[in-house]
Ligand binder design. Structure first.
Ligand code: ZN
Length: 689
């Protein structure tokens, strides 16, 4: 059930505090590109920099020097601008629903009421901790380890667990859903936050302890006791972190596929009450035989189970109380929300100000019923012909891929045959789903924010539960249409492009085609390439995880990608913290291959015609300008640190510089020569397709 997005996915921890305000995107005059005269904002360039020394700065330097990160955001750049636009549009839809009052469809009413419950902060303040009383009492009433395991599994309670149960498509049988269990249980973004001694990490760790104590205090624990409990919780999480697998290992599709029957799991990691945990999750027994589960970080399971058993119940109660309050802070009075922002927003993200409540309400509604919102969004903001245009581009890119596989000199006929079969079976989703998700069973009460949250979690979990033992729904979307992102799903061998990303600077029907190939073309190429990255290449044309490569081909491919691991490990976005070459390998492969293939697709589209020179830039140059413009980006150091430690995508500066220096055509187009800082000798360039 691997699904990999194009850009950073809202870091779940700081997720609901990342977004903010701006004006809607300007409406372009007919036939006029939105950016510059033909799609690139040339005023953002720094022409004093040689492209071969720093291509990021050459294209984005002037912009970078003056760009300011809004105080309620942690980054700025092309992506954030589109996110802000999408958010502003949804906000205006919500205003319209509010204004229309009674005259609403059932779906519209649900959206409006859910939003209303979120922005009614007077009511939240007045109710205080009352709506949470029952949950907190339930946690306080836990008496046995079995009680704790049940509380960890409860979707309504929505607190933390050391094991995370999911339902997804079975990697070795893409026609069926399976139960997956993964390691979990940390409040900091990654195990490295508990282990490394880089100064920013040490500072974050210290403030996390203060934060735990503060949350407990707000929840009614007396001062001194809160400090002592916080120490114990932090120590417990540190022990969990010591057992956890690294993120790089967790990307490995083979290592993380460990099927066993529930009874075998109970023997393998005997110190955890699996039966109680799975029963509380509601996992049904199959009609015949025993339920199988697929566990991810296999060697961590016995250790986590044993830590679970030897940790006293009263410490687990404190741990669950803290995580309940922290996880629900946005639905509780402002003092909780503020405390959470101080840590997750300011300390971990470098965000200066909390985002306005209405903008956060947009995120909340999108998170819980994204397709109800998306349906209203595409009706207003997704032009009918955009889908057809994007489909043409996808077809071109797939054609080039087919040619590249056909001519790759390092691939044997046997592997080639199966790779071609895989390219031939890609399915493509563009814009929005054919079948909209039905939320009618979700009861929304405009006067009950916390209850809405609990019912929303239960609704989503039930939606997944009922699918077990049912055929796989191939029409389902993993992102809502208003999302500015794209993804590849290896089990369904599908690439998905929501309406939100089919806009400038990625895609502008009025821009020069070369710029679109550098933008959305490279995005499409990126997603196709995930089917052939270090992990995606382990899935065959049917989406089955199995080795279909000959040994020599796999060795050859791994040799090429290892060189990419080493290149990226040499980049240091934050002093003392380098890019993790293994963690980011799949994304770096996808960027490099996507750009290479998109460049070729542009040439194919010219059908032999000579493209014009625009403002002194050739067609090839405009592809690379368009590519680099997409990754215009500036971030607070705290956010950069968090991403380096937890995001499989490299920071944008290296998605530009780290990719182009391996592309032969970039050297020709930009006149890059030995002596330039990004120059790589032809023999050192990584070539995949
Ligand atoms: Zn990707």
């Amino acid at each position: 059930m691997r699904r990999i997005g194009f850009a950073v996915l809202g870091l779940s921890l700081a997720g609901f505090s990342l977004w903010g305000s701006a004006a809607d995107g300007q409406v372009p005059a007919a036939n006029k590109a939105v950016l510059g005269a033909w799609g690139v904002d040339l005023s953002g360039m720094d022409r004093n920099v040689k492209p071969g020394d720093d291509f990021f700065r050459y294209v984005n330097g002037a912009w970078f020097d003056t760009a300011e990160i809004p105080p309620d955001r942690t980054t700025t750049g092309s992506f954030v601008q589109l996110d802000i636009q999408s958010e502003t549009r949804v906000r205006s839809i919500l205003s319209e629903l509010e204004a229309r009052g009674a005259n609403l469809s059932a779906e519209e009413r649900q959206v409006r009421d859910l939003y209303a419950s979120y922005v009614d902060t007077d009511r939240v303040e007045r109710l205080g901790l009352e709506p949470a009383r029952r949950d907190l009492a339930a946690i306080a009433g836990l008496r046995t380890h079995e009680d704790v395991a049940r509380a960890m599994a409860s979707p309504e309670l929505g607190t933390e667990s050391i094991f995370d149960v999911r339902i997804g498509v079975d990697d070795k049988n893409p026609d069926a859903y399976a139960v997956f269990v993964r390691q979990s249980g940390l409040g900091l973004p990654d195990r490295d936050y508990y282990r490394l001694d880089e100064k920013g990490i040490v500072a974050a760790r210290e403030k996390y302890r203060t934060y735990i104590a503060e949350m407990l205090r707000l929840g009614g624990v007396p001062d001194q006791a809160a400090t002592a409990k916080a120490e114990a919780i932090f120590k417990l999480e540190t022990e969990i972190a010591e057992i956890h697998w690294s993120r790089a290992d967790r990307r490995d599709a083979d290592k993380t596929y460990n099927p066993m029957r529930a009874s075998e799991l109970a023997q393998f990691a005997p110190d955890f009450p699996w039966a109680a945990h799975l029963r509380e999750s509601g996992i049904p027994n199959p009609s015949a035989g025993e339920r199988q589960v697929i566990i991810s970080e296999k060697s961590a399971f016995p250790g986590l189970a044993s830590l679970f058993a030897r940790t006293p119940v009263d410490l687990w109660r404190d741990y669950l109380t803290f995580h309940y309050l922290s996880g629900h802070a946005a639905y509780l009075p402002k003092r909780f929300d503020d405390a959470r922002f101080e840590f997750y927003g300011k300390v971990l993200g470098g965000q200066r100000e909390q985002l306005a409540r209405d903008k956060r309400g947009v995120r909340f509604v999108g998170g819980m019923m994204g397709e109800n919102v998306g349906r209203l969004y595409v009706a207003r903001y997704f032009p009918a012909d955009a889908k057809a245009k994007a489909q043409d581009l996808v077809r071109n890119l797939l054609d080039v891929y087919r040619q590249r596989i056909q001519t790759a000199d390092w691939m044997s006929p046997e592997t080639r045959r199966q790779a071609l079969e895989k390219v031939g079976t890609f399915s493509v989703k563009i814009g929005y789903p054919d079948n909209w998700r039905d939320y009618s069973a979700l009861r929304v009460d405009p006067a009950d924010l916390l209850g809405n949250q609990a019912r929303g979690s239960r609704f989503e979990w039930n939606r997944r539960l009922v699918r077990l033992d049912q055929p796989v729904d191939r029409s389902e979307w993993g992102m809502s249409p208003q999302t500015v992102n794209a993804y590849y799903n290896s089990s369904l061998n599908e690439i998905v492009f929501p309406a939100g990303i089919l806009q400038p600077p990625f895609f502008d029907p009025n821009a020069d085609p070369a710029v679109n190939y550098g933008g959305i073309g490279a995005v499409i190429g990126h997603e196709i390439s995930h089917g052939f990255d270090d992990q995606g290449s382990k899935y065959d044309a049917e989406g089955v995880l199995r080795n279909w490569w000959t040994e020599a081909d796999r060795r050859n491919f791994d040799g090429r990608t290892t060189a990419l691991v080493d290149q990226f490990a040499g980049y240091t976005p934050v002093p003392g913290l380098s890019v993790n070459g293994r963690l980011t390998l799949g994304e770096n492969i996808a960027d490099l291959a996507g750009l290479t293939v998109s460049h070729a697709a542009y040439h194919l589209s010219l059908k032999g015609a000579q493209p014009p020179v625009l403002d002194g830039f050739t067609g090839d140059q405009r592809i690379f300008l368009g590519y680099a413009q997409v990754w215009r980006f500036k971030a607070r150091e705290e956010t950069l640190r968090q991403r380096v430690l937890s995001d499989p995508h490299s920071p944008p500066e290296f998605r530009i510089n780290g990719a182009v220096r391996n592309v032969d055509a970039w050297y020709d187009a930009m006149g890059v020569a030995p002596g330039d800082k990004l120059y790589l000798a032809p023999s050192s360039r990584v070539r995949l397709w």
